[in-house]
Design a protein around this ligand. Structure first.
Ligand code: CAO
Length: 420
């Protein structure tokens, strides 16, 4: 047994190339030419295959690392050295086929070539094989990974979108593509642009939610006069400076309180087993309008945060989204989402549930309304809300109670309810 270090090969002009995938793990047996990692530069993606067969002792790099020639990828326990000599001979005849990466160094052995993955669709060999086995053309499958890379889940989703099951029979879905009777340009000048990547990704998710979940939307109005007065008088005790917190932070806190009261809203449905998954955490998603399209990151453990802290998290997280610096995992694992258009305008709308969540709270812009209280006409601040929920789990009465409860949390006794 020998221990072989597999290192990053010579990558020509490429420096600090990012590792976007680690395809193996400690203890795994790899064969020669099995892909180990995927590297991605501005111009191309490449896979680095193993030059030897053996058992992985240790993987030395992780996703996100920036690597250069000579960095150790992993150490392998290999069998004999006679193969190494054979490998060396074989590989020395191959370098012409290497476009991006010319040579690798594995202690004293010669390298195997890397596999460039440039082109329209990139996917690992395993994913390509999986797609081929299912008869799917990989170039037609939209990839949800970084730079549009196709994953196994994308292949499955694509196949599902192509077929329907009717009484146990698999049928190919009719193409739902709409064909216009007349071309747009027949009526005047037009301009055609690519749909932004984020919209391409979120589109099918929205269609699935809208067509598969029986939505009910309940519109309501909350009197937030006292809460707004309080919000506008928040000052830092030490500096005397005004603390700027938007109503959304109060709404998020009130939502957590309502979720504790109505656990059906902090749940997901498992359609396969007909079971309900109740979440004991309170991770609130909120829709962020970015130049790249709508994103819905989560703020974790909102129940453990002060309103000021929620305000800061809202600001920081939405900036990360706008700068495209947010981690993909932050878009998953939510309790319920708030879609606030309050900073823009408008009153009620129909928010679309963000599955696997079962409800979403839409928030409009608050406005002044004159109302009669104890025979006096007074001005009150009114917040319009729109609650959409999955009618398979939540019924109308519970939806109405949820809105009433939210109204109490943000109403004149908000300070007691939210324990500020
Ligand atoms: N009523 C009245 N005023 C409101 C309000 C409300 N409901 N909500 C926010 N405001 C005010 C804020 O107090 C702030 O006022 P000042 O400028 O005087 O401080 C202003 O509107 C702007 O707020 P904001 O929008 O920057 O901040 P926010 O915390 O309310 O929202 C975020 C943050 C990320 C949700 C928001 O920037 C955003 O992207 N909204 C769009 C969400 C969206 O697109 N939803 C639709 C999804 S479905 O397609």
């Amino acid at each position: 047994m020998t221990t072989t270090k597999i290192t990053i090969p010579d990558m020509g002009d490429f420096k600090d190339v990012e590792v976007i995938e680690v395809l193996v793990k400690k203890g795994q047996i790899v064969k020669k030419n099995d892909s180990l990692i995927t590297l991605e530069s501005d111009k191309s993606s490449v896979e680095v295959p193993s030059t030897h067969e053996g058992k992985i002792n240790e993987v030395k790099i992780s996703v996100g690392d920036k690597v250069n020639q000579g960095d150790i990828i992993l150490t392998l326990e290999t069998k004999s050295s006679s193969n190494e000599i054979k490998d060396k001979k074989e590989v020395q005849q191959k370098p012409k086929s290497q476009k991006v990466i010319k040579q690798s160094t594995i202690e004293k052995q010669a390298p195997a070539p890397v596999v460039p993955l440039s082109g329209k669709s990139s996917a690992s060999p395993n994913v390509r094989k999986f797609a081929r086995e299912l008869g799917a053309d990989i170039s037609k499958i939209p990839g949800t990974q970084r730079s549009g890379r196709v994953s196994n889940a994308d292949v499955k989703k694509f196949i599902r979108s192509q077929v329907s099951v009717d009484q146990g029979q698999i049928q190919k879905k009719e193409s739902s593509k709409h064909i216009e009777e007349y071309k747009h340009e027949e009526f005047g000048e037009i301009k055609i642009e690519e749909l932004p990547r984020v919209k391409k990704l979120s589109g099918p998710h929205l269609v699935r939610s809208w067509t598969e979940i029986p939505h009910v939307t309940q519109h309501d109005e909350i009197d937030v006069t006292e809460m707004e007065q309080f919000r506008n008088t928040l000052y830092d005790y030490y500096t005397g400076e005004k603390i700027k917190v938007t109503p959304l932070a109060f709404i998020a806190k009130a939502l957590v309180s309502a979720l504790k009261q109505f656990p059906n809203f902090n749940a997901s449905l498992d359609p396969n087993s007909n079971k309900v998954i109740y979440k004991k955490y309170f991770h609130i998603g909120f829709a962020v309008d970015t130049p790249h399209g709508l994103m819905v990151p989560k703020i974790r453990d909102v129940d453990q945060m002060s309103i000021q802290k929620i305000g800061e998290e809202l600001k920081n997280t939405s900036q990360l989204c706008r700068d495209l610096k947010i981690d993909k995992k932050e878009f998953f694992g939510g309790s319920m989402t708030i879609s606030s258009l309050g900073g823009i305008g408008g009153t009620h709308f129909t928010p679309i549930i963000n599955p696997p969540e079962v409800a979403i709270l839409g928030v409009g812009k608050s406005f002044d309304r004159l109302v009669k209280i104890k025979n006096k006409i007074v001005s009150r601040k009114i917040l319009p809300i729109s609650l959409s929920y999955d009618h398979r789990l939540i019924d109308g009465a519970e939806g109405a109670k949820f809105c009433v409860y939210l109204g109490k949390c943000l109403g004149k006794d908000f300070a007691f309810k939210l324990a500020i």
